[in-house]
Structure formats: C-alpha cells, structure tokens
Design a binder for this molecule. Structure first.
Ligand code: NAG
Ligand code: NAG
Ligand code: NAG
Ligand code: NAG
Length: 520
C-alpha cells in the first residue's frame, strides 16, 4: 500500500476539495429550500467534473488507508474506502448517523449491514446501507461503487443532491434501490438499467427530468416509483412487458396515450397515472387487468367514454377517473365490480349514470359522481358548461389511443377534441405539476384499499406503513412508502440484523410497498 504517487495525490486532493465545495452548494441550496436551475446546473457540473474520467475508480493503492486495526478481508477494506468517501461527501448529518463510521469494523457502522458474500460464504461483505430518514445532506461519491456486494441501498428522506454516479453500475448485486425524497437531479438515472437483479426502484420525490427509458420496463422489477419528479415523457409501449406489481407515474408530465400493451402487465396490482398530461381515449385493454386493485387516472386529459371492458377489473377496489373530460354513460358494470370500494368519477362530463351507481347494491362503497353533466343529480355542472362538450363527444372507435394497436405516437397533446368550456375552471388541469405541489389531493385519504400484504413473511413491519398518509405533496412527504425502511430485516429497527442477499431475498423482500395513496 504505497503512498499515492504525485499525480494521484493531486487527484485525490482535488476530489476532496471538490467534495467540500459541492456540499456547500448543496447546503446553500437547501437553505433556500428549492434548488434554482442555476444552482442545480452548477452542482451537477462540479460533481461531474470531479468524477473519475471514464468512470474508472481509483484503485485502492491510491488510498492511504490509515486505520488502526486490520480488515477482516479485502472486500471490507474496499467497503471502508467507499464508506469513508460517502462520509466525506456528507455535509450535514443532524442525527449523527455516521458519527461512528470510524475504523476498520465497517459492519458496526450505523446503517451498514454485513452478510456473507454470495460467492464465498466465508467472507463477510457489506450487503446493505440503510440511511432512511436521516435528513443527511450530501451527494453520492463515485467511490460508492467500491461496495461491490451492495444489494440494498436505502436513502429515502434525506437531502442528497447532485446526480447518481454512473460508476454505480459496478454494484451488480443491487436489489433494492431507494433514493426517494431527496434532491437528485438530471435525467433518468440510467445506471439502474445496468443492474441485472434489481427488483425495487424508488426514485419518487426528486427532481429527475426528461424521458423515461423504455428499457426500464424490461427489467424484472417488482416495484417502480417515478412519481413526483419532472419527467416529460410518453409511457413507453414496453410497459406491457413489465413485471411490476406497483408502478407510479403520478405528478409528472407524462403525455400521450396509455399504451395498448398495458393489458399484458401480468403482475400488476397498483398503477397510478394521476396528475399528468395523458390524453386520448382509454385503450380497451385496461379491462385485461384482472388483478389490479388500484387504478388511478385522475387529473389528466382523457376523453371519450369509459370502455365497457372495464368490467374485467374484477379485483379493483379503488378506481379514480376523476378530473378528465370523459363523456357518455358510466358503464353499468363498473358499479357492480365485486371488490369496488371507492369509485370516483367526478369532474368529468358524464351524462348518464346507471342505477347500479345510484343505488349501489353493497354498503361500504364510496361513489362520487359530482361535477358531471348528469341529469337529476345534485352538484352537477351547468348546462352551459356541459353543452359544448357533450354535443361533440369523442368517438373512441376512431381515436388513436383506443383503436388499433399501432403504438400511439408520442406527444399526443391531444387537444381535447372539443374545446373545453370557456371559463369553466372545472376540468382545467390541475395546477402546476410540481413545485408548489398541487393541492389537489391534499388530505390524503385514508388508505382505502388494503395495502398489498407485505409479501415478506416475518412480522411485517408495523402497520405504519401506509398509515400516516404521506402529505402528498408539498414538502416531500415523510417517507415515501418504503418507510418501514429496510424490509430486508425483520423487526423494524433492530440495530444489526442479518440481511439477506438477493438469492435469499427472494420472497423475503417486502415487495409491493405500501399502498400508495395520493400521488404514490
Ligand atoms: C491510531 O492510534 C494512534 C495511537 O493510539 C492514534 O494516535 C491515531 O490517531 C490512531 N489513528 C486513527 C486513524 O484512529
Ligand atoms: C450530534 O453530535 C453533536 C456534536 O457531538 C451534538 O451536539 C448533537 O446534539 C448530536 N445530535 C444528536 C441528535 O445526537
Ligand atoms: C392474477 O394473479 C394470479 C395469482 O397471482 C395469477 O395466477 C394470474 O395469472 C393473474 N392474472 C392475470 C391476468 O395476470
Ligand atoms: C375515495 O377516493 C377519492 C379520490 O381519491 C378520495 O378523495 C376520497 O377521500 C375517497 N373516499 C374514501 C371514503 O376513502
């Protein structure tokens, strides 16, 4: 372990100086509460400038690992280097979570979990880092990639900023990656596409922008959270290949049609499209989603009628089509769906409502058809508001989103076929999608539909899971879903429990994260 050569030393010093600079940038941005575009560009530029060229990592020899004591093995030494780099990239750690990140026993560090290496049962390695809810401000250093046995990375509800380093493609065992509720920026972090075994990707409540790559739906994922970012993208046709049980697009600027392929999503339980710019008619294939329990397309620009095929959603409990520009008749079959507990169709231009929806046959079913154009019903739009829309209903058999199966071409800003009523503020799309988050769903409703049972056997973490319905927007909600952080270990926060690596993880991993209410 020779001393770093001159140039290497210079490089290291540059990295260190940079870390400091960057963190100050983060802190300043933090104090201002929001990052301005200029600040963001600045932080990213600095972070990029200081990432190693060609994504190469400095080899260990470049680090003068001065530590009293010895490492149990080579991998733990590399882990030490990665963890120390992370610690150095932290500017503020109000709960002192990383205060004990000192010395060679990395397995004793708070938030660091060790397990036997998958490829060598005689060797301990760092398999997980869980710093959920630590309120830490910092950034992710390229050296994090030295933790090559990392399978679980939970960073939700902190103040990390900058971008997700490309070097993390070396974390080939990554299984659960949760960086939700931070201040990450930049395009979709494509490095996640390189992980062969990743099952759970949680990016919600950050400032990612641009397109969502079609390849993400070809990964064997169980859950994908994209909500509350700044994505401006169509929903890729590849969504039909996705194995996810939960996917959230909510509160971004997704546009275009819902792809026909959606009907092929065999494992789907919950899908949230709410509050985007999606448009056109619904593809009839949504009726093939027989296992879906939650389907929320509210606050978009959908037109036409609800397809009769929706009767196929035999397991749907929560169905929200409110605040669109739907017309015609509410299909009779909808209100007869056996598991339905909350069907919200308010804020549209429906003209006919079947008796099944007026007088539901079951109790405990919440139906809301206000603010439509229903005759003889209370709280409806005025004739003046309805007339321009209902007199020119969209014929979905001719609509490119519902007809044929050629992939709808991108940006289908689908102008509402009929200009929405003049000043009628009613269906006017929700407020600015992010930043001052729309108040739209403010009082997060009590979790109606039961959360997907924690697939995970051991005592499911306390029910807190979805309970405190996260304050949807505004200051990023507490802990996004995954709250009961590391599902990987059983009892909630027991200090140090064995964590299982991917193969063992299998079903132990608490898949469908909690119910995602508003926005989740
Ligand atoms: C190692 O131990 C020596 C003597 O106990 C102490 O002076 C030094 O600061 C220690 N170094 C580290 C990195 O803890
Ligand atoms: C963290 O450590 C600092 C300095 O030792 C101390 O002042 C502060 O109270 C600690 N905070 C917590 C939450 O323990
Ligand atoms: C619904 O779920 C069941 C049980 O998990 C599964 O066997 C079935 O194939 C699913 N149905 C569809 C249409 O995906
Ligand atoms: C039903 O769903 C709507 C729309 O999301 C929500 O606002 C409402 O609170 C829910 N009602 C109940 C009783 O859960």
């Amino acid at each position: 372990m020779g001393l770093p050569s001159g140039t290497r030393m210079a490089k290291l010093q540059r990295w260190e100086a940079f870390g400091c600079f960057l963190l100050i940038s983060c802190l300043l941005a933090t104090s201002a509460l929001a990052l301005t575009d200029v600040e963001v560009a600045h932080i990213v530029r600095r972070q990029l400038m200081n990432f190693p060229p060609n994504d190469e990592l400095p080899d260990e020899a470049e680090y003068e690992v001065k530590v009293n004591g010895t490492f149990a093995n080579h991998r733990l030494k590399r882990a030490y280097i990665g963890l120390q780099a992370l610690k150095k990239a932290i500017y503020s750690d109000p709960f002192n979570k990383t205060a004990n990140w000192v010395g060679p026993d990395v397995c004793a560090y708070t938030g660091v979990f060790c397990a036997k290496a998958l490829d060598d049962k005689n060797v301990d390695t760092v398999a997980g880092i869980d710093l959920n809810h630590a309120d830490i401000a910092g950034h992710l250093p390229a050296e994090l990639a030295m933790l090559t046995d990392l399978a679980l990375f939970h960073l939700n509800s902190n103040r990390f900023c900058g971008i997700v380093p490309k070097t993390l493609s070396r974390l080939t065992l990554m299984f659960e990656f949760d960086i939700s509720n931070n201040r990450f920026v930049g395009p979709f972090p494509e490095v996640v596409l390189t992980w062969p075994a990743v099952k759970y990707i949680d990016l919600r409540f950050n400032n990612f922008e641009g397109k969502v790559p079609p390849e993400i739906f070809e990964k064997p994922l169980d859950a994908l959270f994209l909500n509350n970012n700044r994505f401006v993208s169509t929903i890729p046709e590849t969504i039909g290949k996705s194995t996810v049980s939960v996917v959230t697009f909510a509160n971004n600027k997704f546009e275009g049609c819902i792809p026909h392929s959606i009907g092929k999503m065999a494992n789907l339980n919950e899908i949230l499209f709410l509050n985007n710019k999606l448009a056109g008619c619904f593809p009839p294939e949504i009726g093939m989603l027989t296992n879906v329990t939650l389907f929320d397309v509210s606050s978009n620009n959908f037109v036409g009628s609800l397809p009769e095929t929706i009767a196929g959603m035999k397991n749907v409990e929560f169905l929200d089509v409110s605040r669109n520009k739907l017309t015609g008749m509410v299909p009779e079959s909808v209100c007869k769906l056996p598991k339905l507990s909350n069907f919200t169709y308010s804020g549209n231009y429906f003209q006919v409502e079947p008796n099944t929806c007026r007088l539901p046959s079951r109790k405990n079913i919440v139906l809301d058809g206000t603010d439509n154009c229903l005759a003889d019903r209370p709280q409806q739009k005025s004739a003046k508001e309805c007339q321009p829309v209902v007199s020119r209903p969209v014929d979905c058999s001719k609509d490119k989103c519902s007809r044929g199966s050629s992939p709808p071409k991108p940006p289908t800003p689908k102008p509402p076929v009929h200009p929405p009523p003049p000043p009628s503020p009613v269906p006017s799309p929700p407020p600015p999608v992010y930043s001052p988050p729309p108040p739209v769903y403010s009082p997060p409703p009590p979790p109606v539909h039961s959360p997907p049972p924690p697939v995970y056997s051991p005592p499911p973490p306390p029910p807190p899971v979805h309970s405190p319905p996260p304050p949807v927007h505004s200051p990023p909600p507490p802990s996004p879903v995954h709250s009961p952080p590391p599902p990987v270990r059983s009892p909630p926060p027991p200090p140090k429990l064995a964590i299982f690596l991917p193969p063992n993880l299998g079903f132990d991993y608490s898949s469908p994260p909690p119910p995602m209410f508003p926005g989740y």
